[in-house]
Design a binder for this molecule. Structure first.
Ligand SMILES: O=C(O)c1ccccc1N[C@@H]1O[C@H](COP(=O)(O)O)[C@@H](O)[C@H]1O
Length: 198
Protein backbone atom coordinates (compact mmCIF):
# COMPACT_ATOMS: atom_id res chain seq x y z
CA UNK A 1 0.00 0.00 0.00
CA UNK A 2 1.48 3.33 -1.14
CA UNK A 3 0.87 6.08 1.42
CA UNK A 4 1.25 9.82 0.86
CA UNK A 5 0.90 12.32 3.70
CA UNK A 6 0.14 15.79 2.38
CA UNK A 7 0.14 19.36 3.62
CA UNK A 8 3.27 19.09 5.75
CA UNK A 9 4.69 22.38 6.93
CA UNK A 10 7.06 21.58 9.80
CA UNK A 11 10.21 19.45 10.09
CA UNK A 12 8.50 17.50 12.90
CA UNK A 13 5.57 16.47 10.72
CA UNK A 14 7.93 15.48 7.90
CA UNK A 15 9.89 13.37 10.37
CA UNK A 16 6.73 11.71 11.71
CA UNK A 17 5.59 10.79 8.19
CA UNK A 18 9.00 9.53 7.12
CA UNK A 19 9.65 7.51 10.29
CA UNK A 20 6.18 5.96 10.09
CA UNK A 21 6.98 4.58 6.66
CA UNK A 22 5.16 6.98 4.31
CA UNK A 23 6.10 6.54 0.65
CA UNK A 24 5.48 10.16 -0.27
CA UNK A 25 5.12 13.54 1.40
CA UNK A 26 3.33 16.55 -0.01
CA UNK A 27 4.02 20.27 0.25
CA UNK A 28 1.13 22.51 -0.79
CA UNK A 29 2.44 25.26 -3.06
CA UNK A 30 -0.94 26.77 -3.85
CA UNK A 31 -3.54 28.79 -1.92
CA UNK A 32 -4.50 26.73 1.13
CA UNK A 33 -4.32 26.82 4.94
CA UNK A 34 -1.38 24.45 4.37
CA UNK A 35 0.44 26.59 1.84
CA UNK A 36 4.21 26.81 2.16
CA UNK A 37 6.61 28.90 0.10
CA UNK A 38 9.07 27.23 -2.29
CA UNK A 39 11.84 28.30 0.10
CA UNK A 40 10.09 26.62 3.04
CA UNK A 41 9.49 23.49 0.97
CA UNK A 42 13.20 23.33 0.20
CA UNK A 43 14.00 23.49 3.92
CA UNK A 44 11.46 20.72 4.64
CA UNK A 45 12.83 18.64 1.77
CA UNK A 46 16.11 18.33 3.68
CA UNK A 47 14.29 15.97 6.05
CA UNK A 48 13.08 13.66 3.28
CA UNK A 49 15.40 10.71 2.58
CA UNK A 50 16.10 9.53 -0.96
CA UNK A 51 13.50 7.05 -2.10
CA UNK A 52 10.58 8.93 -0.61
CA UNK A 53 8.69 11.02 -3.14
CA UNK A 54 8.53 14.72 -2.25
CA UNK A 55 5.60 16.25 -4.07
CA UNK A 56 4.67 19.86 -4.81
CA UNK A 57 0.88 20.24 -4.84
CA UNK A 58 -0.84 22.71 -7.20
CA UNK A 59 -4.44 23.51 -8.08
CA UNK A 60 -5.08 26.48 -10.38
CA UNK A 61 -1.56 27.02 -11.67
CA UNK A 62 -0.58 26.10 -15.22
CA UNK A 63 1.61 23.02 -15.60
CA UNK A 64 4.49 25.24 -16.69
CA UNK A 65 4.15 27.44 -13.60
CA UNK A 66 3.92 24.38 -11.35
CA UNK A 67 7.10 22.97 -12.90
CA UNK A 68 8.94 26.25 -12.32
CA UNK A 69 7.85 26.43 -8.68
CA UNK A 70 8.62 22.76 -8.03
CA UNK A 71 12.10 23.27 -9.45
CA UNK A 72 12.62 26.33 -7.26
CA UNK A 73 11.75 24.16 -4.28
CA UNK A 74 13.99 21.29 -5.42
CA UNK A 75 11.04 18.89 -5.78
CA UNK A 76 10.98 16.07 -8.33
CA UNK A 77 7.23 15.44 -8.22
CA UNK A 78 4.31 17.66 -9.14
CA UNK A 79 0.66 17.03 -8.22
CA UNK A 80 -1.84 18.83 -10.46
CA UNK A 81 -5.48 19.34 -9.44
CA UNK A 82 -8.05 21.14 -11.57
CA UNK A 83 -8.98 20.78 -15.23
CA UNK A 84 -6.02 19.28 -17.08
CA UNK A 85 -4.99 18.11 -20.55
CA UNK A 86 -2.66 15.48 -21.95
CA UNK A 87 -0.37 18.36 -22.88
CA UNK A 88 0.06 19.10 -19.15
CA UNK A 89 1.41 15.57 -18.67
CA UNK A 90 3.95 16.17 -21.44
CA UNK A 91 4.94 19.53 -19.94
CA UNK A 92 5.78 17.92 -16.60
CA UNK A 93 7.60 14.95 -18.11
CA UNK A 94 9.53 17.06 -20.60
CA UNK A 95 10.83 19.00 -17.60
CA UNK A 96 12.14 15.74 -16.13
CA UNK A 97 9.64 15.72 -13.26
CA UNK A 98 7.11 13.07 -12.24
CA UNK A 99 3.39 13.66 -12.08
CA UNK A 100 0.41 12.86 -9.86
CA UNK A 101 -2.69 13.87 -11.86
CA UNK A 102 -5.77 14.51 -9.71
CA UNK A 103 -9.34 13.87 -10.85
CA UNK A 104 -12.63 13.60 -8.96
CA UNK A 105 -15.22 10.83 -8.94
CA UNK A 106 -17.27 12.82 -11.46
CA UNK A 107 -14.47 12.92 -14.04
CA UNK A 108 -15.23 11.76 -17.58
CA UNK A 109 -14.03 8.37 -18.90
CA UNK A 110 -11.44 10.30 -20.94
CA UNK A 111 -10.15 11.97 -17.77
CA UNK A 112 -9.96 8.58 -16.04
CA UNK A 113 -7.96 7.17 -18.97
CA UNK A 114 -4.22 6.60 -18.66
CA UNK A 115 -2.56 9.78 -19.95
CA UNK A 116 0.89 8.54 -18.98
CA UNK A 117 0.96 10.21 -15.57
CA UNK A 118 3.05 8.42 -12.94
CA UNK A 119 0.13 8.20 -10.49
CA UNK A 120 -3.55 9.05 -10.79
CA UNK A 121 -5.24 10.57 -7.72
CA UNK A 122 -8.99 10.38 -7.17
CA UNK A 123 -10.03 13.04 -4.68
CA UNK A 124 -13.15 14.73 -3.27
CA UNK A 125 -14.66 17.63 -5.22
CA UNK A 126 -12.77 20.18 -3.10
CA UNK A 127 -9.18 19.07 -2.47
CA UNK A 128 -7.99 19.30 1.09
CA UNK A 129 -11.52 19.77 2.44
CA UNK A 130 -11.63 16.62 4.55
CA UNK A 131 -14.86 15.68 2.81
CA UNK A 132 -15.50 11.91 2.73
CA UNK A 133 -17.38 10.28 -0.15
CA UNK A 134 -18.66 6.88 -1.19
CA UNK A 135 -15.35 5.14 -1.86
CA UNK A 136 -17.06 1.95 -3.08
CA UNK A 137 -18.09 3.84 -6.24
CA UNK A 138 -14.47 3.49 -7.38
CA UNK A 139 -15.07 -0.21 -8.04
CA UNK A 140 -16.85 0.75 -11.30
CA UNK A 141 -14.13 3.02 -12.65
CA UNK A 142 -11.99 0.35 -14.29
CA UNK A 143 -8.77 1.25 -12.47
CA UNK A 144 -7.73 -2.34 -11.64
CA UNK A 145 -4.05 -2.69 -12.50
CA UNK A 146 -3.49 1.10 -12.47
CA UNK A 147 -1.35 2.92 -9.94
CA UNK A 148 -3.85 5.27 -8.31
CA UNK A 149 -4.36 6.98 -4.96
CA UNK A 150 -7.60 7.40 -3.06
CA UNK A 151 -8.07 10.72 -1.21
CA UNK A 152 -10.72 12.88 0.42
CA UNK A 153 -11.85 12.53 3.99
CA UNK A 154 -9.52 9.69 4.91
CA UNK A 155 -8.42 9.30 8.53
CA UNK A 156 -6.71 6.73 10.75
CA UNK A 157 -10.17 5.40 11.62
CA UNK A 158 -11.57 4.88 8.11
CA UNK A 159 -8.53 4.27 5.93
CA UNK A 160 -8.58 0.46 6.11
CA UNK A 161 -12.26 0.18 5.24
CA UNK A 162 -11.93 2.84 2.52
CA UNK A 163 -9.08 0.97 0.86
CA UNK A 164 -11.09 -2.21 0.91
CA UNK A 165 -14.24 -0.53 -0.41
CA UNK A 166 -12.43 1.19 -3.28
CA UNK A 167 -9.79 -1.50 -3.99
CA UNK A 168 -7.30 1.38 -3.86
CA UNK A 169 -3.64 0.97 -4.84
CA UNK A 170 -2.59 3.76 -2.50
CA UNK A 171 -3.91 6.58 -0.30
CA UNK A 172 -3.30 10.29 0.28
CA UNK A 173 -4.35 12.25 3.38
CA UNK A 174 -4.26 15.73 4.80
CA UNK A 175 -7.23 16.88 6.95
CA UNK A 176 -7.68 13.53 8.69
CA UNK A 177 -4.26 13.74 10.34
CA UNK A 178 -4.69 17.26 11.71
CA UNK A 179 -5.69 18.62 15.14
CA UNK A 180 -6.97 21.83 13.54
CA UNK A 181 -6.98 23.08 9.95
CA UNK A 182 -3.41 23.12 8.67
CA UNK A 183 -1.87 21.76 11.88
CA UNK A 184 -0.67 18.19 11.69
CA UNK A 185 -1.20 15.88 14.68
CA UNK A 186 1.89 13.70 14.79
CA UNK A 187 0.12 10.81 16.54
CA UNK A 188 -2.56 10.82 13.85
CA UNK A 189 0.08 10.86 11.12
CA UNK A 190 1.70 7.78 12.63
CA UNK A 191 -1.63 6.02 13.17
CA UNK A 192 -2.73 6.75 9.59
CA UNK A 193 0.39 5.26 8.02
CA UNK A 194 0.22 2.24 10.33
CA UNK A 195 -3.44 1.56 9.64
CA UNK A 196 -3.09 2.13 5.89
CA UNK A 197 -0.18 -0.26 5.63
CA UNK A 198 -1.68 -2.75 8.06
O1 LIG B 1 -4.44 20.01 1.23
C1 LIG B 1 -4.72 21.04 0.62
O2 LIG B 1 -4.93 22.10 1.21
C2 LIG B 1 -4.79 21.03 -0.88
C3 LIG B 1 -4.99 22.23 -1.54
C4 LIG B 1 -5.06 22.26 -2.92
C5 LIG B 1 -4.95 21.09 -3.64
C6 LIG B 1 -4.77 19.88 -2.98
C7 LIG B 1 -4.69 19.84 -1.62
N1 LIG B 1 -4.50 18.62 -0.94
C8 LIG B 1 -4.85 17.37 -1.46
O3 LIG B 1 -6.19 17.06 -1.06
C9 LIG B 1 -6.24 15.70 -0.64
C10 LIG B 1 -6.40 15.60 0.86
O4 LIG B 1 -7.71 15.74 1.17
P1 LIG B 1 -8.22 15.62 2.70
O5 LIG B 1 -7.88 16.90 3.35
O6 LIG B 1 -7.47 14.46 3.33
O7 LIG B 1 -9.67 15.38 2.58
C11 LIG B 1 -4.93 15.09 -0.97
O8 LIG B 1 -4.94 14.57 -2.28
C12 LIG B 1 -4.00 16.26 -0.89
O9 LIG B 1 -2.85 16.04 -1.66
Amino acid sequence: MFVKVCGLSTPESVQAAVESGADAVGFVLTKSPREVSPERARVLLAGVPAGIAAVGVFRHETAAAAVATARAAGLEWVQLHGSRTREDVRTVHDAGLRLIRAVTLGATPEEFADWGEDLLLVDAAVPGSGEAWDYALMRDKGLAGRKWLLAGGLSPENVASAVEAAAAWGVDVSSGVESSRGVKDLAKVRAFVKNAKG
